[in-house]
Design a protein around this ligand. Structure first.
Ligand code: NAP
Length: 357
């Protein structure tokens, strides 16, 4: 009488441990993909690992649009015979040809026993398309759940937003004093935060496809808006102007001036962001200043608001306010969810997700 129950328990325990093994290799695939975040647009970052009996046979990541996908890099390292092997991919393998042939065809040719998919393709035209093709050929397919699935979804959040809405994922960063000022009244205090926070910002630039500032910041700070990190790719610079022309010294080959290049009318930011998405930009990192940040928030275009607080107080009502319209937004019912708190030396970054008003 006990036997079926024992067998059930063994099956349950085995499936639990399989799930944690699957999660472990999916996290490895996420880590491989992470190295190329900010380099793959308009494609998403993707990682893949092929494993048999706990031994990694091959691994790879998608490195740049138009070049081989993660599965191709990974399977090229594997032996010919993949019987008993599991292929872990952070994103559902493509089942249609794009700039490169469909990865599904390659997987069908190489025939691992199992494919574990971190998350489905967010493109509604392709979502789930790979699964019946692989299963029809006798390959077992599992779609991840839990934390590993969440990590795979977070990896492609900008791509998912771009492909489903035509808008880029927008992160806005403002560095402030404790009393909410971006700069002193002379606007010459270039850095509010310390070295560690500034270094962290360089890494945030690296993750994005384009770096944006308002014309006010461009005129006063003349920021390079490039990640100052070894081997960092050049980013598209976006200057959001309105009435005042941008000086030639503040623009270069990587610069898009919103009124000229994005059809910006000086008020409605969404069409300008859509124009960026059409240029293949999935993620925008906006570095202020306060007026532009406030306008993006008011027009519900911000996915993440990053406020970096320095332990300083200016106490000068004539200094530059970080979010001058914040009281109005709060009065209208805007709220925020804290998604992360990061300690950066003396400073603290609060990563917030605004709710729709
Ligand atoms: N601590 C930080 O994190 C940080 C970050 C950035 C800047 N800053 C400081 O902040 C100061 C500049 O900030 P800011 O708030 O004055 O300037 P800003 O937000 O960078 O730029 C304001 C300008 O952006 C243009 N703009 C385009 N679309 C707009 C819209 N929908 N709404 C509002 N403006 C729009 C306008 O240009 P037109 O003039 O052409 O109309 C406006 O004058 C500087 O002192 C800079 O050093 C600090």
């Amino acid at each position: 009488m006990q036997m079926p129950r024992v067998r059930c328990l063994i099956r349950w325990l085995t499936s639990m441990s399989n799930a944690s093994i699957d999660a472990q290799f999916l996290f490895r695939a996420v880590a491989l993909a992470e190295a190329y975040v900010g380099r793959t647009a308009p494609n998403p970052p993707v990682g893949a690992v092929c494993v048999r009996d706990g031994v990694i046979l091959g691994e790879g990541a998608h490195q740049r649009a138009g070049t081989p996908h993660a599965e191709v890099h990974c399977l090229s390292q594997c032996p010919d015979d993949l019987s008993g092997a599991t292929l872990y991919v952070t994103l559902e393998p493509c089942s249609t040809a794009g700039r490169t042939p469909p990865c599904c065809d390659l997987i069908l040719k190489r025939r691992p026993a199992r494919v574990v998919i971190g998350c489905l393709d967010p493109n509604p035209r392709h979502a789930g398309g790979a699964i019946p093709r692989l299963e029809a050929a006798g390959i077992q397919v599992c779609v991840a759940t839990g934390e590993a699935a969440a990590a795979c979804q977070a990896l492609i959040a900008p791509f998912a937003k771009a492909i489903t809405t035509g808008l880029p994922y927008v992160r806005v960063k403002l560095a402030m004093t404790l009393d909410g000022y971006l700069a002193d009244r002379t606007q010459t205090s270039r850095w509010v935060t310390g070295a560690q926070a500034r270094e962290w910002v360089q890494h945030q630039r690296l993750r994005a496809d384009a770096i944006m500032v308002g014309a006010g910041t461009a005129r006063i700070d003349h920021p390079s808006l490039q990640p100052h990190l070894p081997n960092a790719p050049l980013k598209v610079r976006v200057l959001m102007d309105r009435h005042t022309p941008i000086a030639p010294a503040d623009r270069d080959a990587q610069t898009l001036v919103a009124t000229e290049d994005l059809g910006y009318d000086g008020a409605h930011l969404e069409p300008a962001l859509r124009a960026l998405c059409q240029r293949g930009i999935n993620e925008v990192f906006c570095e202020g200043g306060g007026q532009l940040a406030a306008a993006l928030l008011e027009q519900h275009l911000v996915d993440e608001l990053i406020l970096i607080y320095a332990p300083k107080v200016l106490g000068d009502p004539h200094a530059v306010r970080g979010l001058p319209i914040l009281p109005r937004l709060l009065a209208q019912g805007m709220t925020f969810t804290t998604i992360n708190r990061i300690s950066l030396g003396e400073d603290t970054a609060l990563c917030l997700r605004p709710t729709q008003v």
